[in-house]
Design a protein around this ligand. Structure first.
Ligand SMILES: NC(=O)c1ccc[n+]([C@@H]2O[C@H](COP(=O)([O-])OP(=O)(O)OC[C@H]3O[C@@H](n4cnc5c(N)ncnc54)[C@H](OP(=O)(O)O)[C@@H]3O)[C@@H](O)[C@H]2O)c1
Length: 224
């Protein structure tokens, strides 16, 4: 049985990834940082592990809790948006730290700790990024800090994966999705985004290593 690990999965896209992979018969390991999220994951059919992606001490604990697992797929899903505004004001220290730690440093922890184990299985690592991290498509500074964080995430993955050639690593845009982050006016239902991303993940080939892939499999839409 293949095993998936979903990081940052208490609600929204992450919880739906856990639900769908468990329903599809995968051994599904998933993380949340509080009891409510952990229970939601158990209810979704996943084996729940506690992880605050911004807490350095949590990462070695997670790695040892999962030491006996084989990992075929790791999805780094955790993310925060932070301040909605643009370049009219710089982020505060606290805003910068919160967004960059969750969106970038957590992903770097995930890649450094789990890519060797995914490579051992010739597996896949998927980092949930955003079209807002695309430098080439930027047309406003709205969500300035979030944009910066997702562009940094893209580089973290594209550079970091070079040390783990056995692992197929991509950054993926989930589309604009009706979650707490995406809001009710978003264009995609959570289940549809995740179902489509799962099919796209299934169809990844070695030629995709290091690519920015849209949820629907479009590989050309997102210039860096
Ligand atoms: N929805 C969209 O339209 C959209 C578009 C582009 C990209 N994305 C990306 O898709 C991913 C999932 O977003 P979503 O829409 O599902 O957002 P969401 O509903 O706000 O969920 C965010 C998830 O990240 C987790 N998280 C945040 N900080 C964490 C931390 N320090 N430790 C552990 N978990 C943490 C949250 O856990 P808690 O419940 O503990 O806070 C929650 O499970 C994010 O990376 C986001 O940037 C979303």
């Amino acid at each position: 049985m293949a095993t998936a690990l979903i990081l940052g999965a208490s609600r929204g896209l992450g919880l739906e990834f856990a639900r769908q992979y468990a329903a599809a018969g995968w051994r599904t390991l998933a993380t949340a940082r509080d009891d409510v999220g952990l229970q939601a994951l158990r209810d979704a059919g996943a084996q729940a592990q506690r992880l605050d992606v911004t807490a350095s001490a949590d990462w070695p604990l997670l790695a040892s809790a999962l030491a006996a697992e084989t990992l075929d797929l790791v999805i780094y899903n955790a993310g925060v948006f932070g301040p909605r505004g643009g370049s009219g004001s710089a982020p505060s220290d606290a805003e910068f730290d919160a967004v960059l730690h969750a969106n970038v440093r957590g992903a770097m922890q995930a890649l450094a700790r789990f890519a060797p184990r995914v490579a051992a299985r010739q597996g896949r690592l998927v980092f949930i990024s955003s079209g807002m991290g695309s430098i080439g498509e930027t047309s406003s500074s709205t969500g300035w800090l979030y944009r910066v964080s997702k562009a940094a995430l893209n580089m973290a993955v594209v550079a970091g994966r070079l040390d783990h050639p056995g692992a197929l690593c991509v950054v993926m845009n989930p589309g604009w999705v009706k979650t707490d982050m995406g809001g009710a006016g978003a264009s995609l239902e959570v289940a549809d985004s995740v179902r489509t991303m799962r099919a796209t993940i299934d169809g990844l080939t070695p030629a995709d290593n290091g690519r920015f892939v849209n949820y629907d499999g479009d590989r050309a839409r997102w210039p860096w």
